[in-house]
Design a protein. Structure first.
Length: 235
């Protein structure tokens, strides 16, 4: 590596460090909402209940194809509603919280601060691996392996966010996802819905519980005052 390359790398690293110091107070205030913790718990409980109910149906009828069509329709409808609720609720909660912290901030502000610029080099590979591994699982005829694929690569994204916003719920859910995802590889196809509940539901429940225990929604103090008195992305 030449001296020029080394200097460029050092500048990039320093820019990333400045971005973390500049934006983490704002992000911590947005993320540490009790509403966001409650959202994670609700999604985790709903996903767990859905998976366990599905496993019970399979136990009653012997296999998923043997389940009556009415139950299958309810199954897919519940899955679509759960996914839609998760997708729609998150930006609304984050956008509301961001506006409370800084009246100029929106959901898009949070996304740009959290995932934009150089830090995208942390998250983009993890998300690309999730997509690629999931697609591979489908093409080889083992779609259930989407669950551990997403869980394992979620670990890298979650730990990256944890470093950025300095909140323990991301580290807790990330390491849990890694452990549960790896364990599920060996047992997933024997009881797919059980292990989906353990992995996906567990990730959300761990996130929500740690967030509440740590002090979700805590305001005031040094970080809170810094976040409210500084402009998002320019701290």
């Amino acid at each position: 590596m030449s001296a020029t390359d080394l200097n460029t790398l050092l500048r990039d690293v320093e820019e990333l460090r400045r971005a973390v110091r500049r934006n983490s107070p704002f992000l911590r205030e947005v993320i540490s909402s009790r509403l966001f913790a409650a959202y994670a718990l609700a999604i985790g409980l709903a996903a767990t209940a859905f998976c366990l109910a599905s496993q019970i149906l399979i136990g009653w009828y012997g296999s998923f194809p043997a389940i009556p069509q009415g139950w299958k329709t309810g199954f897919w409808s519940a899955l679509v509603l759960l996914g839609a609720a998760a997708v729609v609720s998150k930006p609304l909660i984050i956008g509301r919280r961001a506006a409370e912290v800084d009246t100029r901030a929106t959901f898009i502000t949070v996304i740009k601060v959290l995932y934009g610029g150089l830090v995208s080099n942390i998250y983009a590979p993890a998300f690309l691996c999730m997509v690629a591994a999931s697609a591979f699982a489908v093409t080889i005829g083992h779609p259930w392996y989407i669950v551990p694929a997403i869980a394992v690569f979620y670990t890298f994204a979650a730990n990256g966010v944890g470093l950025f916003v300095q909140r323990p719920e991301y580290f807790a859910s990330g390491w849990y996802a890694l452990a549960a995802g790896i364990a599920s590889v060996f047992f997933l196809e024997r009881a797919p819905f059980i292990w989906t509940a353990v992995v996906a539901g567990g990730m959300c429940l761990i996130f929500g519980m740690v967030s509440l225990i740590w002090g979700g929604g805590r305001r005031g103090g040094k970080d809170g005052s810094e976040a409210r008195n500084a402009e998002p992305g320019k701290r």
